[in-house]
Design a protein around this ligand. Structure first.
Ligand SMILES: Nc1nc2c(c(=O)[nH]1)N[C@H]1C(S)=C(S)[C@@H](COP(=O)(O)OP(=O)(O)OC[C@H]3O[C@@H](n4cnc5c(N)ncnc54)[C@H](O)[C@@H]3O)O[C@H]1N2
Ligand code: MOO
Length: 391
């Protein structure tokens, strides 16, 4: 059994960014990481732009201007604006090349087709210069940028339709267990609803993984072996839930060993999630997560998600951590490090009731996990604890 820190280190050492680069439309790019610098194909703004509704002025020395015309957004004209002349202009319209400034309409009076200024105006006031935001051929976004909604909008504003990104892994989720039935059916004695696959896939889609396939397998060695062989061959990542402990019907470990995967670790000194298993086979990353639902999800957030984000090109792939002061006392029962479902508010954190690894009730109301390393045996009210924020 290895320590949490060692497990994290082994995953980090054995997971690298994909070298597969794909081109995708920006409408599908949310959550992907840019694999190349994106250069701006245009100056933005592409022309001198008015930042206000008002008047473009041919000079800034006078206070009275003859009004000689109008330019609105989208107009393709460049009126000759001499000193002492003004034109009506609107936000987003191209500013005549000879204009020295734009003044807001609230700051002028119009009398007899003349624009009368109440105050002087500074040169270039209210004019967005050509290329103010970005110049043509400059780096608009560097390699390694995670694409957000703002990023998609920014790329669209530069006229970019497609980007080169790191491919995200295709993921197989396998739920093991004879007792599992899909929600919606009536439970027979001994059965429970299968909740891990929808939970894990929801956590994956939440952060932009889309290529996810689901499999359900009974506790039988031969079919477990066949399904694992098939999924390890066809997917970049295989996440198995359950069947990884030591019971007579836990066949996942045995099947993985028979498939000659490269086992990197099995069992971490932590609660929940002790029987976590991590292996690789050729390019495929394999995690066997303990079947207990809270163990599965804890292991997912602490180990699996960072690994999948790293493969996808993320430079920061662990959940954000902070510290907070505990509102409650808590005493550990065993020696293992613990990840406790908790609710963090500002600089305080409350460890929730119901920490058993079979329970999701507290997890469903948690926004954080409190991490108690192996050497911490208890915490008292007011003690500073490590807090891992959940997405
Ligand atoms: N003799 C020992 N027994 C156990 C040990 C041990 O060290 N020695 N470890 C315990 C710990 S800790 C954990 S965690 C579990 C992990 O067991 P498995 O990964 O083999 O998981 P299963 O036995 O298949 O299931 C455990 C539990 O979770 C329920 N489950 C499983 N899959 C799902 C699913 N998809 N949706 C909802 N619930 C699921 C299953 O019904 C069981 O109740 O082993 C302990 N035992
Ligand atoms: O390792 Mo288990 O998740 O404690 O029940």
């Amino acid at each position: 059994m290895i320590a949490v820190e060692k497990a994290l280190e082994l995953i980090n050492n054995n997971i690298k960014k994909t070298d597969v680069i794909i081109t995708i439309p920006i409408s599908k790019a949310l959550g992907y990481v840019l694999a190349k610098d994106v250069l701006s194909p245009i100056n933005m703004p592409p022309f001198r732009q008015s930042a206000m509704d008002g008047y473009a002025l041919g000079s800034v020395e006078e206070k009275t201007f003859d009004l000689i015309g109008e330019v609105k957004a989208g107009d393709n004209t460049d009126p000759n604006l001499e000193p002492g002349k003004a034109i009506r202009i609107f936000t987003g319209a191209p500013v005549p090349s000879r204009a020295k400034a734009v003044i807001m309409q609230e700051k002028v009076e119009i009398q007899n087709n003349q624009v009368l200024l109440q105050e002087t105006v500074l040169p270039n006031a209210n004019i967005r210069p050509l290329g103010e935001q970005i110049k043509k051929d400059d780096i608009a976004l560097p390699e390694g940028t995670v694409i957000t909604a703002a990023g998609v909008g920014y790329l669209a504003s530069l006229g970019i339709t497609h980007v080169q990104v790191y491919q995200k892994p295709s993921i197989a989720i396998i739920a093991t267990g004879n007792e599992l039935v899909p929600p919606g059916q009536t439970l027979k004695y001994g059965q429970i609803y299968e909740s891990n696959s929808i939970m894990l896939s929801t956590a994956l889609t939440d952060v932009g993984f889309a290529d996810i396939s689901y499999f359900k397998v009974e506790d039988e060695y031969d079919i477990t072996l066949a399904l694992l062989e098939n999924t390890i061959t066809h997917y970049d990542a295989v996440l198995i839930s359950g069947g990884i402990s030591v019971g007579d019907y836990d066949f996942v470990g045995k099947a993985l060993r028979a498939l000659d995967v490269d086992e990197i670790f099995y069992k971490v000194k932590q609660k929940p999630g002790k029987p976590l298993y991590f292996a690789k086979k050729q390019g495929t990353t394999i995690f066997a997560l303990p079947g207990n639902p809270a163990s599965s999800l804890s292991c997912f957030y602490i180990y699996v998600l960072p690994a999948l984000l790293k493969i996808s090109g993320y430079k920061e792939y662990h959940l954000k951590q902070t510290t907070a002061s505990s509102n409650l006392k808590y005493a550990k029962k065993g020696q293992r490090a613990e990840f406790l479902k908790a609710y963090a508010e500002e600089d305080k954190v409350t460890i929730l009731d119901g920490q058993a690894s079979s329970m999701l009730r507290s997890f469903a109301q948690a926004n954080a996990l409190v991490y108690l390393p192996e050497d911490v045996t208890e915490i008292n009210i007011g003690d500073t604890v490590q807090v891992i924020n959940l997405p």
